[in-house]
Design a protein around this ligand. Structure first.
Ligand code: BTN
Length: 242
């Protein structure tokens, strides 16, 4: 396993992909103290101020079908939620599929990118950003983002959060590779999921519809009841929910 720590990098996900393309690593972990072009989902940028958060990417080469690799995102989200709860006692909610929220504001985001060929995976990069010691966020983030320090009123040790996250991730990842679904953790995931029993606006290809969250399934989809009273399962990637 390769572990690389950078003072500054554009994006740990981008760096991880470069290292894979050069064949400079197999599996491992890329950590940066600062990112100058941190990436969020849907082409957004991710503010990654020096030393204030955990900016890291796991590089994995799992022998699994590309169709189930998206479940790794949920595993990473739950591992981070458990690490934050263990280390701070704060109550963390998971906004499906993988945003972590505290008091309704986002504290952690995950960006999974993979390289696939036909039916197999070359590699998966699971990028994780945790807001740890920021004392404020500039507009427009102020209304929607928070940090562990803001919520707790004290500094939080980033190394402790990261190592606890890695321990949880390893345990869950090994179980997942045996079972190939999320059944072993889905009850806990659902107990932390803020979308269960919630009225949702689901945005799919620009069209918005309303539904009620029911639960997240063993395959990582969100089961909802639509306005006609029918259940359907939606998958991340296709949709955005508010
Ligand atoms: C989101 O939009 O919620 C996902 C944010 C992911 C941010 C992390 S920080 C480390 C890794 N490198 C990146 O460029 N992005 C991810």
């Amino acid at each position: 396993t390769t572990i690389k720590i950078y003072e500054t990098v554009d994006s740990t996900n981008s760096e991880a992909k470069r290292l894979k393309v050069n064949k400079s690593m197999n599996e491992g972990l890329i950590i940066a103290k600062e990112q100058t072009a941190g990436k969020g989902r849907r082409g957004k940028n991710w503010t990654s101020v020096k030393d204030e958060g955990i900016w890291a990417s796991l590089v994995l080469v799992p022998d699994i079908a590309p169709t189930i690799a998206s479940m790794l995102t949920l595993i990473a989200g739950m591992s981070a939620a458990m690490a934050i709860e263990d280390r701070t006692g704060l109550e963390v909610g998971i906004k499906w599929p993988n945003d972590l929220v505290i008091s309704g504001k986002k504290v952690c985001g995950i960006l999974t990118e993979m390289s696939t060929e036909a039916d197999y995976i070359n590699h998966v990069v699971v990028g994780i950003g945790i807001n740890v010691n920021q004392t404020f966020f500039e507009e427009p983030l102020e209304a929607i983002a928070t940090s562990l320090k803001i919520e707790l009123g004290r500094e939080v040790n980033r190394v402790e959060i990261l190592t606890t996250f890695l321990n949880h991730f390893e345990t869950l990842y090994e179980k997942f590779l045996k079972i190939m679904d999320l059944s072993f953790m889905i009850d806990k995931y659902n107990s932390m999921c803020v979308n269960v029993d919630q009225e949702l606006r689901i945005i799919e290809h620009g069209a918005t519809k309303q539904a009620t969250g029911i639960k997240v399934t063993d395959q990582g989809g969100l089961m909802v009841r639509n306005k006609e009273g029918n259940t359907e399962i939606i998958y991340a990637g296709d949709v955005s929910i508010r």
